[in-house]
Ligand binder design. Structure first.
Ligand code: KG4
Ligand code: ZN
Length: 351
């Protein structure tokens, strides 16, 4: 039984949350006040540790979080210019993610909450990605459509209110980021694949190869595995093809489908605005075309900064504030949830 089971906690504009993110390969801590005011945001990436293996190695990630978390938290508190006693609650991503990695952040957050006698809040990483856009512009009016494109997820979500999400579409196979990572590995561009393809594509011709747009005219779901296979088949048949042209044409095929479906989703629900979120939202072409599309449609488009698109703890602190306000603290005997899903309204499917 937790020491904090009551909802009798005053949550207001001056509530200060220390937030921790350790779900994958970034060790991050942030101090966020009132849900939107980022006092500090520290992200220590482990990319160099995992690059030689071509992907995230769960055991290495867990050990690195253990080494890095304490200094990262100390830096976040110091950069915020506050004393520990000013912290009102401690939040951590409790899922989805790698279980060994999640438990480092969750255990640290619970230990600090217990020691300081303040609430602990377990945060859904996917919900936090949805909040990244709002965090930078809290004046956005609901309903919003969020295109959430990360390494593990590709979803179109209608955000009707805080904590009220409707799934409009999702990938039926690979996530967009996964497709970037797999194609980059096949092209020998290194890890992580998204930024590598983004960089080389700048020197390539996006019209050079007409790669297929999976399920383009087929509802709001996505499919990227056929595109990946097409890239592999094309390069095997044309071994002398310019890699930059392949990368640029592949990237354009992904962006084209993502934006087409995002526009359809926004039209379908009469969205007041369209928001990008998740690591793939750091992609240069996606950002450029997203801005052009929103301007052409006269719809408000929100592009969080690149730092807010990729994993960070500020978005955890923001989602935590809204969850603390609506649901109260999370029990201290709560753990990590590697397969946690986004809580959805009127849908049996929630990933
Ligand atoms: O949201 P995120 O940081 O972690 C997850 O929650 O998955 O997303 C990571 C994904 C990776 O697949 C990475 O390749 C992709 O985001 N990514 C990009 C770019 N930067 C990161 N994809 C395309 N272009 C980028 N610039
Ligand atoms: Zn993420």
């Amino acid at each position: 039984m937790s020491a904090f089971t009551s909802n009798n906690i005053v949550v207001n504009e001056s509530t200060v949350i220390l937030a921790i993110e350790t779900s994958c390969d970034e060790t991050a801590a942030s101090i966020v006040m009132g849900g939107n005011d980022i006092l500090s945001s520290v992200v220590s990436t482990q990319i160099d540790l995992h690059a030689q293996y071509g992907g995230v190695v769960p055991e290495i990630a867990g050990r690195a979080h253990l080494d890095l978390l304490h200094p990262v938290i100390a830096q976040a508190i110091s950069e915020a210019g506050i004393s520990e006693s000013r912290i009102d609650a401690v939040a951590a991503t409790h899922g989805p993610g790698l279980i060994g990695a999640l438990l480092i952040g969750v255990s640290a957050a619970k230990a600090l909450a217990f020691t300081w006698d303040i609430p602990y809040i377990g945060v859904n990483h996917l919900e936090a990605h949805l909040y990244a856009g709002l965090l930078e512009d809290p004046t956005l009016e609901l309903p919003l459509v969020v295109l959430l494109v990360s390494g593990g997820h590709t979803m179109l979500i209608e955000m009707r209110g805080h904590g009220e999400y409707k799934l409009l579409g999702r990938t039926i196979d690979d996530a967009a980021g996964e497709a970037f990572d797999k194609v980059a590995r096949f092209l020998d561009l290194g890890y992580p694949g998204g930024p590598a393809i983004d960089a080389i594509a700048r020197t390539g011709n996006a019209q050079a190869i007409d790669f297929p747009r999976g399920m383009l005219h087929d509802g709001l779901d996505f499919s990227f595995s056929g595109l990946k296979t097409s890239v592999v088949n094309y390069v095997r048949k044309n071994p002398n093809v310019n890699t930059a042209d392949v990368a640029a044409s592949f990237q354009w095929a992904v962006v084209d489908v993502l934006l087409n479906k995002a526009r359809k989703a926004a039209e379908a629900v009469g969205a007041r605005g369209l928001v990008l979120g998740g690591g793939v939202a750091a992609n240069s072409l996606l950002r450029e075309k997203f801005t052009e599309m929103c301007a052409a449609d006269g719809r408000r488009g929100l592009l969080p900064s690149r730092a807010m698109c990729t994993d960070n703890a500020a978005m955890i602190g923001s989602a935590a504030w809204y969850r603390l306000r609506s649901d109260g603290p999370t029990a201290l005997d709560s753990g990590g949830f590697p397969n946690l899903r986004l809580p959805l309204i009127d849908s049996s499917w929630s990933r």
